[in-house]
Design a protein around this ligand. Structure first.
Ligand code: F6R
Length: 614
């Protein structure tokens, strides 16, 4: 998500060096940037931060870039608190002698902030990160050293972090630690480098230590000491980077699309983080809507475009199944012109990755004018939709660079599931333990997605055989039909092959006329109760010499290789959550077919990442 760089050593241009390194991470997007510099004998760490692009920060340096010193620098992608100068990193303690940068989310920051405020600490920003600076300060005396204070502070926080800390106490040292957010150390001669990702240090060294979860590092110009958080010595192998910069920016993958597909287990974890209680309930500390109002809406309308709309289709099925309330999903560009039935009893759920899509924004405004309560499911913090909606539920997919959406979609699904379960929990109409049972299955999804991604050979084989297809249909019923819509969209976007989704039962009402040799029909069969029905669709396809590919749950043999030409198998979860697993082979299929055809995968022709015109 955010970009981190750091430097310890004797170069006079250390500030410029860390900012140049951040530029190598710029492609991932950010909303503000900052730098902290510390030199021996200074009473405070110098901190400079600016909203917007790195150029704004560079324009304000005023000689700081010629000062030398130990430096940490950061580009922020907002998660808690709007993008502005104050919320930008680094953050400092009350004394100004400690500064730190952070990538990740501190889950228990609200409680910690309250305790620290009561103890007299003064907070300047709305961020979760600032808590860490004050927490370290609060431990300085009792721990007896900066290192002890950093360790003590980290042992109190839960969540995800890669952090780098500097202080006037030890001006030649950076302390760094990581859990669930990436951090690497570049090894130099008489100098060392820190970064959230390898491309940042490639201009200076190709020898790197890739930190693992729970690692704690003390970095000085002379060397790096690695321990666990509790102080046990660690040895990590030095990795010699042979990639070029462009490959390194994609984490070693050939395209952002495949990197982002592989980011999904972590993106799901990040979106669940802090929202599941110890008793497997759902918590949404960010929602301000009173429970009485939340459970009182008699109508839910979901509005979005493209992939976000497809996520909404899954949301509709889930809410109707779970809450037994009518839910409507509308394409945002149609919403205003359909004279929508929306009033003060309506909850309008607006879904958008970018938070800037013009049609979706216009629909949000229309819903507000008509008196609805609006709740946005958005990935980009501080975006227009996030700012204008009454309530915001952020997904934590991180920056999505490939135009074709993958990780934003699965995190939108997770956000929608959590919201439905939250309403059900607050309504208290389901039997005891029902919400908890769903939540437990939700928590397994990151590992199940990772399991699918460990062996993609079957999808790659299928892609080779199917890349010459003239046309694709994606068929499913219920939740499978909703997932099929996203499967078809992915394929057409990146492969340029015509692809359409149909409710399986509709095949014989028209599209069957198009099935002939060269046409591939992807049959989703992950809904236990609908298994037999999808078998009859497969028979209709095979009888016309179409090619059939089944997507089934591991262990279900109803659509095995005797029925279809090829099968892709995924693990099982509750039927309502199967779209999260079923979409993974479809994303991979789209990617590998597009690769076979030599397409411009990350930037498909005619498409833009954020559609800000109607
Ligand atoms: C498809 C895709 C688009 C977007 C759509 C809405 O892969 O990315 O269909 O989903 O343009 O964009 P957001 O979610 O930013 O409102």
């Amino acid at each position: 998500m955010c970009g981190i760089t750091g430097y310890v050593g004797g170069r006079a241009n250390s500030v410029r060096l860390t900012l140049d390194s951040l530029k190598r991470l710029e492609y991932r997007g950010y909303d503000s940037a900052g730098v902290a510099v510390v030199k021996p004998g200074e009473a405070q760490v110098t901190v400079l931060k600016k909203k917007g692009k790195l150029g704004n920060l560079e324009a304000a340096l005023d000689g700081l870039d010629r000062s030398g010193g130990t430096v940490i620098a950061h580009t922020r992608w907002a998660t808690h608190g709007r993008p502005n100068d104050v919320n930008a990193h680094p953050h400092s303690d009350c004394s100004g002698r400690i500064a730190l940068i952070h990538n990740g989310i501190i889950e228990n920051y609200i409680g910690l902030k309250q305790t620290l405020t009561e103890a007299g600490h003064i907070f300047k920003s709305d961020t979760d990160t600032e808590v860490l600076a004050h927490l370290i300060e609060s431990h300085l005396n009792s721990a007896g050293s900066l290192e002890g204070a950093v360790r003590a502070a980290l042992s109190e926080v839960t969540g995800a972090y890669a952090i780098c800390v500097v202080s006037t106490e030890e001006p030649d040292t950076i302390y760094a630690a990581k859990t669930a957010s990436p951090l690497i150390i570049g090894l130099g001669e008489g100098e060392n480098f820190l970064a959230s990702d390898i491309p940042a240090v490639m201009g200076y060294t190709r020898n790197v230590l890739v930190l693992e979860d729970g690692d704690f590092a003390k970095i000085t110009p002379e060397g790096v000491t690695l321990t666990t958080l509790s102080g046990h010595p660690l040895n990590r192998e030095v990795f010699h980077v042979t990639w070029d910069v462009s490959t390194a920016q994609k984490g070693g993958y050939p395209h952002f699309m495949i990197k982002e597909i592989y980011d999904q287990p972590q993106a799901i974890r990040d979106t669940l983080r802090g929202r599941i209680t110890e008793t497997h309930g759902v918590a949404f500390p960010e929602l301000t809507l009173p429970t009485s109002k939340l459970v009182d809406f008699n109508r839910i309308v979901i509005v979005a475009c493209g992939t976000a709309y497809n996520a909404g289709l899954v949301g509709k099925n889930f809410y109707e199944h779970l809450l037994r309330r009518p839910v409507e999903v509308q394409v945002a560009s149609e919403f205003r012109y359909n004279d929508p039935i929306v009033d003060a009893q309506t909850l309008a759920i607006i879904i958008s990755q970018s938070g800037e899509t013009a049609d979706t924004l216009a629909a949000l405004r229309e819903a507000k004018i008509k008196g609805a309560t609006t709740l946005a499911v958005v990935n980009v913090v501080g975006s227009s939709i996030a700012r204008e909606a009454d309530e915001v539920l952020y997904t934590y997919a991180g920056p999505e660079i490939c135009v074709a959406s993958t990780k934003a979609y699965v995190t939108q699904l997770i956000g929608l599931y959590l919201l439905g379960l939250y309403i059900a929990q607050e309504e208290n109409k389901l039997g005891p333990g029902v919400v908890a049972a769903y939540v437990e299955q939700l928590q397994n999804l990151p590992e199940q997605v990772a399991e699918i991604l460990t062996d993609t050979s079957a999808v790659q084989d299928a892609a080779k055989q199917l890349a010459s297809s003239s046309s694709f249909f994606f068929l499913g019923r219920g939740f499978d039909y909703a997932a099929a819509q996203e499967g078809a969209l992915k394929l057409k976007e990146v492969s340029y092959i015509h692809a359409e989704a149909y409710a399986a039962g509709e095949l014989k009402h028209g599209p069957l006329a198009l099935v002939e040799p060269g046409v591939t029909v992807v049959c989703l069969a992950t809904q236990s109760a609908l298994y037999d029905k999808i078998q009859s669709s497969v028979k209709e396809v095979k009888a016309r010499d179409g090619t059939a590919l089944g997507i089934v749950k591991i262990g279900d043999e109803g659509l095995n290789e005797n029925f279809v030409d090829m099968v892709l198998r995924v693990p099982s979860t509750h039927d309502t959550f199967m779209p999260v697993l079923a979409i993974i082979p479809m994303q991979l299929l789209a990617y590998y077919i597009a690769s076979e055809l030599g397409r411009e995968i990350d930037q498909p022709r005619n498409l833009a990442k954020s559609v800000t015109v109607e």
